[in-house]
Write a protein that binds this ligand. Structure first.
Ligand code: NDP
Ligand code: GDR
Length: 356
């Protein structure tokens, strides 16, 4: 049997790394698109990469950017993929308020460029296309829990860009008969989550504070609620969507929702700190009950101009048609992330020591 070929944009991100490993384990040849950066940005996938001169090496990287159409056309032409997973994006919601035009270009028009590449090269019948859509599309939620039929109401430049990407994917499916699908994924995390997303920011700070390297964790809205799963489970869902017999859109979620505050409390409990909340609003603080030290404070800079207050997904369709169910529970996810950050930070030099 010939090996299937997959092309992953956003290969250097959290999901790109998990998906690349998943597909390599399934025997795929995997091509990834990485951006040129002034220093190394492949830490998450270095363990998958071997000498490209070895014959039969299944993992290949290509320089590319979602804002560069000719480059995307060339990569698709060279790799002739059976499946494309479009994971590349400026994916930070708060950053999108500061870089709205770039976010629209990379996340919205970038998706169009890739779909057009498939069409220009005449690969509509060969190449299946996965678009990394998001629960942020639901934004100011119109129905809880949110499912495939829930109306969208984006609340950020990021979500508005992803809304365009969602609909252009649906349109290319309907207009050109392409196997193009949206995975509407709720938040999913892991020890390799980007350090500025709230979960990883919390688990890193908890590890740092417990090692005496940091005093206090500064956060924004503690009352935001999210449906948090594990990235490993979610990349398997992406793959299942492209193996399904018909191109359809699917929600992936755990069906459980917790607040940022609850995430903070649980993460600190793993290093023996019991957080006691005092004050209200921007003056709220989290105090370590035993030592009386302040370990959490609010910084209004982290409040968003428009916030998504709660997200809770219903993944019944994915369970029914794809046999997909998340395996990792919230408590285990938090524990895994705190444990990994403790291990990582213990092995990292404390640069303060070099500065005295
Ligand atoms: P990350 O932010 O970890 O990774 C994003 C990836 O996109 C990185 O590889 C990044 O490259 C790349 N990228 C960014 N801009 C460009 C560009 N202009 N051209 C080419 N590559 C680019 O995101 P995740 O792995 O967490 O998420 C993957 C996708 O899924 C994203 O599209 C995200 O919006 C979406 N999503 C994520 C969810 C989650 O909870 N994680 C939930 C729902 C959707 P570099 O390393 O160089 O920065
Ligand atoms: P989100 O993730 O916006 O849901 O987007 P993030 O972890 O950034 O925020 C979750 C919630 O926590 C609140 N919050 C903070 N967030 C950050 N980053 N930093 C803080 O200090 C802080 N304090 C409170 C936020 O206001 C928010 O309500 C993620 C991304 O991966 C998107 O790409 C993806 O589409 C969605 O998840 C589903």
């Amino acid at each position: 049997m010939t090996q299937k070929v997959a092309l992953i944009t956003g290969i250097t991100g959290q999901d790109g790394a998990f998906l690349a490993r998943h597909l390599l384990e399934k025997g795929y040849i995997v091509h990834g698109v990485k951006r040129r950066s002034s220093s190394f940005n492949t830490a998450r996938i270095d363990h998958l990469y071997h000498d490209p001169h070895v014959e039969g090496e299944p993992f290949h990287l290509h320089y590319g950017d979602m804002t560069d159409a000719t480059n995307l056309i060339r990569i698709v032409q060279e790799t002739q993929p059976d499946e494309i997973y479009n994971l590349a994006a400026q994916s930070h919601v708060q950053v999108s308020f500061e870089t709205p035009e770039y976010t629209a270009n990379a996340d919205g028009i970038g998706t169009l460029r890739l779909l057009e590449a498939i069409r220009i090269l005449g690969l509509e019948r060969k190449t299946r296309f996965y678009q990394a859509s998001t629960s942020e599309l639901f934004g100011k939620v119109q129905e809880t829990p949110q499912r495939e039929t829930t109306p969208f109401y984006p609340r950020s430049p990021y979500a508005a860009a992803k809304l365009y990407a969602y609909w252009i994917t649906v349109n290319y499916r309907e207009a050109y008969g392409m196997f193009a699908v949206n995975g509407i994924l709720f938040n999913h995390e892991s020890p390799i989550r980007g350090e500025t997303f709230v979960t990883r920011k919390i688990t890193r700070a908890v590890a740092n504070i417990s090692l005496g390297r940091e005093e206090c964790l500064y956060l924004g809205n503690l009352d935001a609620k999210r449906d948090w799963g594990h990235a490993r489970d979610y990349v398997d869902g992406m793959w299942r969507m492209l193996q399904h017999d018909a191109p359809e859109d699917f929600v992936l979620a755990t069906g459980k929702m917790y607040s940022v505050r609850e995430f903070v409390e649980l993460a600190f409990s793993h290093v023996g700190i019991e957080v006691d909340w005092r004050g209200k609003g921007v003056d709220e603080t989290g105090i370590d009950r035993k030592s009386g030290r302040q370990v959490v404070a609010i910084d209004p800079r982290y409040f968003r101009p428009t916030e998504v207050e709660l997200l809770l997904g219903d993944a019944a369709k994915a369970k029914r048609l794809l046999g997909w169910e998340p395996q990792v529970k919230f408590g285990d996810l938090v524990q895994e992330m705190v444990t990994a950050d403790l291990k990582l930070l213990r092995s990292e030099p404390d640069f303060k020591g070099y500065l005295v």
